[in-house]
Design a binder for this molecule. Structure first.
Ligand code: PLP
Length: 502
């Protein structure tokens, strides 16, 4: 093979695309240019400019990566990006965005993420991360203390609640197999006993429990959904019955997942009772606190966390309720020895002979190899805002949800299903005309889609007993009851219009 001649060094160094001490001025300029576009994004008054099929089809074409052999000046590329992305981007900070679990984010967390990206620390080994390791460890220690997990507790940052829940179920499976059958799944893989393992969670728990059970080879059917009470909390009498039935069927109950803050209803499963059951049955207790976890900081919800000290593992998402940019989640475990179920010593990266407690390699706790330094944004947010401010934000969104609910129950055009325990409100528009449930489902979906497409408001929907409901997920403490009731008014008007037109 004939090697092409390398370009002369001078030509390469003229291309100041790489970040280093020489390109600092350009970095500054690019950043300032970018801020101009961010200003434009912020100047959009709506959460979304609204959509129509023609625009969507044009944007698909604009996204095409044509003519990329040669370079394009950054300003031109940013302009294209503005047209294609920033003008269409959904503004989570906009008070008319009340759809999913996306929060407005703190300024210190943005700055921290910029530093994380620029310095580009890879947090997995000491020789790539040095003191960044201590920052992650310190944030983990802070949150494990908030949950009273004890001095053997530890944790690791993950990409999100789904991955944190994956780690919880993996440890539940491997720990049970090891303790009860002496099976080392990590080493030897599958064995027939594992096929009988069953996990219990409320019927309102997040779908990642089923999905992760499948990824762990247990399958969706290994997850046994437990009925909830009127407040959407796991019914513990049903849990006891289901565990007994599982045993009678010859299966092996290994774990319960208790949710602190269900995705749709924000409900808190009774962890003290569930904890007692798991201890009696020698089962693993995983708490999915992806949504509700950060409310441990509040005065309003602190009491609901009594019992977290008995959990074997906990999921918490800072990108949902600590006002952090995506991704930012942690997986916590009561007994740090359990990280042995995911650890691996690679000769080229973290050789076992090099193990040094003073210079830890966080890779030993993670299922990822290369990993972002996401803990920095939490650290800087905690330092800058303090936990009291964060608690106030969370108490405010809870208060707003309750206020909206109070209004909805006083208006005969709406039907609600629960008293908000966190910051979601589930309700549906109900026409006063004689309309059946199938038509009501169509009306409510149409309300959601009409408001989204017009760029007026983004609300979510969910299903309960075959009925479609609308959902507000309120995570913006700067929202107001006046604004939220205005969205409710738009919903009512859109519903009435549907009836008139159909
Ligand atoms: C209760 C709960 N657990 C887990 C998840 C998954 O989190 P992520 O989207 O960060 O993977 C969610 C997401 O909404 C959730 O509400």
């Amino acid at each position: 093979m004939i090697l092409k001649e390398a370009p002369p060094l001078k030509e390469l160094s003229l291309n100041n695309y790489l970040f280093n001490d020489e390109s600092l001025k350009l970095y500054e300029q690019y950043t300032l240019n970018t801020i101009e576009y961010i200003q434009k994004f912020l100047a959009n008054r709506k959460f979304y400019k609204g959509d129509n099929l023609q625009n969507i089809q044009q944007d698909r074409l604009k996204a095409k990566l044509n003519n990329i052999e040669d370079s394009t000046p950054i300003n031109k590329a940013l302009e294209e990006l503005n047209e294609l992305y920033l003008k269409n981007a959904i503004a989570f900070h906009n008070p008319n965005y009340v759809a999913h679990l996306n929060c407005p984010i703190t300024l210190p967390s943005i700055i921290a993420d910029m530093i994380t990206t620029t310095v580009n620390t890879a947090i997995e080994t000491w020789d790539q991360s040095t003191s960044a390791t201590f920052i992650e460890q310190e944030v983990v220690k802070w949150i494990t203390n908030e949950f009273n997990l004890g001095d053997q507790a530890d944790g690791v940052f993950t990409s999100g609640g789904t991955q944190s829940n994956f780690m919880g179920l993996l440890m539940a499976r491997d720990h049970y197999a090891f303790q009860k059958f002496g099976i080392n799944i990590k080493q030897t893989g599958w064995s027939k006993e594992i096929s009988n393992f069953k996990i219990f969670c409320s019927e309102k728990s997040h779908f990642s429990i089923q999905k992760n059970a499948a990824l762990l080879g247990l399958g969706y059917d290994a997850v046994i959904p437990i009925k909830v009470d009127a407040q959407m909390r796991m019914d513990t009498e049903e849990l006891i019955l289901a565990i007994e039935k599982t045993k009678q069927d010859g299966n092996i109950p290994i774990a319960v997942v208790a949710t602190l803050g269900t995705t749709d209803y924000g409900s808190f499963d009774p962890i003290q009772t569930i904890g007692k059951i798991t201890k009696e049955q020698d089962m693993w207790l995983h708490i999915d606190g992806a949504y509700g976890g950060c409310f441990v900081l509040t005065d309003t919800h602190k009491h609901l966390f009594k019992g977290t000290n008995i959990a074997d593992s906990i999921t918490i998402d800072f990108h949902k309720t600590l006002f952090q940019p995506i991704s930012c989640s942690a997986f916590l475990v009561k007994n740090k020895d359990c990280f042995k179920y995911v650890s691996y010593y690679a000769d080229y990266l973290n050789p076992i002979e090099d193990k040094d407690p003073e210079r830890p390699n966080l890779i030993e706790k993670s299922i990822q190899t290369t990993r972002r330094f996401d803990a920095l944004k939490v650290w800087l947010t905690l330092k800058t805002l303090g936990t009291k401010t964060i608690a106030t934000y969370l108490e405010e969104v809870h208060f707003l949800a309750k206020k909206v609910h109070d209004y909805l129950i006083s208006n005969s055009s709406f039907e609600t299903v629960h008293i908000p325990e966190l910051s979601t409100v589930v309700f549906r528009y109900k026409s006063e005309k004689n309309v059946d449930d199938i038509t009501h489902n169509k009306i409510n979906l149409s309300i959601k889609n009409t408001l989204f497409k017009s760029g007026k408001a983004s609300i979510a929907s969910t299903k309960l007993n075959d009925k479609i409901y609308l959902k507000f997920t309120i995570l913006n403490p700067k929202n107001t009851i006046t604004n939220l009731l205005n969205i409710v008014k738009m919903i009512e008007e859109t519903g009435e219009n549907y009836i008139l037109k159909n």
